[in-house]
Design a binder for this molecule. Structure first.
Ligand SMILES: Nc1ncnc2c1ncn2[C@@H]1O[C@H](COP(=O)(O)OP(=O)(O)OP(=O)(O)O)[C@@H](O)[C@H]1O
Ligand SMILES: [Mg+2]
Length: 416
């Protein structure tokens, strides 16, 4: 019996031990399982990271490829021609003119909206079929930017010597209409449409135009005639038109056409492409001036030193109908100009401007300025602390000789 009990007890103990060992085993297994889970989790994370990295790389390469493809497309495209819209016939048919002046009828490409097209717009044309591929923006035109635009010139009448008469006339004919158009309206007269400054080189024409703009609180827009016809062949007309357009946006302002003779010279019978180009530019200028009323806050000025060759059409009423002489300075004028240019300079007491003025007959304002600068250069070279008489004399000899190379042969003929 007891045996049975014993054995029963024995079995019980065995079983317990067995259970315990099993429990132990389970514990270990659970531990193992946990650590296995841990590693797989880690691995999974790592894989995930790797995968997303790979995705990123693929995307980046795709982007690169697209970019390169685009660049390649751009490079492979044939260059476009430039044209100008002359007339819009209907929604997608128009007349355009190319740089050499030939006109074509053409249509617009798919990317071009006809609402962007205006008469005078610049467009890019397909090389083969002259279809309008794009409309070039206006405003940012680098060519028009090439003209000089000064919001507020700093030159004033006080910086100009010996041109009192010209200044008086400019005040009446350009400044007053800009500052006080009412006076003219009240009396019922039209001020001159355009003022032409005529005079030898270096007498202060450009200076005057800037000073007027300053005095009338105007923007100053300057364009040089010779640049219009030389640099921008085929585009002179458009440029003139855009210039006046810009003037309308910037008013009150003064438009100053320097070297007017380059576009306004009388025709001399030759009929080359260059002549026709000049002609077109001139026609555009005349057209713009005709469409202008002088009391619209825009003053038109021009300068030339060759009035004798200016086309009469430019001088007719409604165009440059007032001519103002800008002569070489007389003695008094020269003294004033010398005073202006030596204002900031240190002069030895023995130099008198009056004496200098007496001896510089025939020199222009620009020459006199050069004279002062040269004298200063001599003084610097000789380490003088101020400009002495001999510096001035040497500068004088140099300037006079440059002006007139013959002077060497008959020295001091100007000093007698
Ligand atoms: N009357 C003047 N008073 C003071 N300075 C002058 C005068 N005239 C000319 N100058 C000096 O000469 C420089 C050149 O003058 P400016 O450019 O106005 O001459 P311009 O008549 O326009 O000559 P161009 O016909 O060659 O264009 C000026 O910047 C100025 O320093
Ligand atoms: Mg000038």
């Amino acid at each position: 019996m007891s045996n049975v009990t014993l054995s029963k007890e024995g079995t019980e103990m065995d079983l317990r031990a067995e259970i315990d060992s099993l429990r132990e085993e389970i514990k270990i297994l659970k531990g193992q399982l946990r650590s296995m889970e841990y590693t797989t989790n880690l691995e999974r994370e790592a894989y995930k990271r790797e995968l997303s990295g790979a995705y990123d790389e693929v995307n980046m390469l795709r982007r690169d490829r697209n970019l390169l493809k685009k660049q390649l497309d751009e490079v492979m495209k044939p260059p476009m021609l430039i044209g100008e819209v002359i007339e819009v016939i209907d929604r997608n048919e128009l007349i355009i003119k190319n740089g050499t002046g030939q006109t074509f009828i053409t249509t617009t490409g798919n990317d071009v909206s006809s609402t962007d097209l205006d008469i005078g717009s610049r467009v890019g044309l397909d090389r083969n079929n002259l279809v309008v591929m794009r409309v070039l923006t206006k405003g940012k035109d680098p060519i028009i930017m090439g003209s000089e635009l000064i919001e507020k010139p700093t030159v004033s009448y006080d910086d100009i010597g010996g041109l009192d008469e010209a200044i008086m006339e400019l005040k009446e004919t350009v400044e007053l209409p800009l500052l006080n158009p009412g006076v003219f309206k009240k009396i019922g007269i039209r001020p001159p449409s355009g003022v032409l400054l005529v005079g030898p080189p270096g007498t202060g024409k450009t200076l005057l135009a800037k000073a007027v703009a300053n005095s009338a609180h105007c923007t100053f827009i300057r364009i040089v005639g010779s640049e219009l016809v030389q640099k921008f062949i085929g585009e002179g007309g458009r440029l003139v038109r855009e210039l006046f357009q810009m003037a309308r946006e910037k008013k009150p302002c003064i438009i100053f056409v320097d070297e007017l003779d380059a576009i306004g010279a009388r025709r001399l019978g030759m009929d080359t492409t260059g002549d026709r180009e000049v002609q077109r530019t001139l026609m555009q200028l005349l057209a713009e001036m005709d469409g202008f009323h002088p009391l619209q806050e825009i003053g038109v000025m021009a300068a030339t030193n060759r009035k004798d060759i200016i086309d009469e059409a430019l001088l007719r009423p409604g165009r440059f109908d007032r001519i103002i002489d800008v002569p070489l300075p007389d003695r008094k004028g020269r003294e004033k100009i010398l005073g202006i240019h030596t204002k900031g300079m240190k002069l030895a007491g023995t130099i008198t401007l009056r004496n200098l003025a007496e001896r510089t007959d025939g020199l222009s304002g620009a020459d006199l300025r050069n004279l002062c600068t040269e004298a200063g250069m001599f003084a610097i070279r000789r380490k003088h602390s101020s400009i002495r008489k001999d510096d001035m004399e040497d500068a004088m000899a140099k300037i006079l000789q440059r002006k007139d190379p013959d002077i060497e042969k008959q020295p001091h003929h100007m000093f007698s």
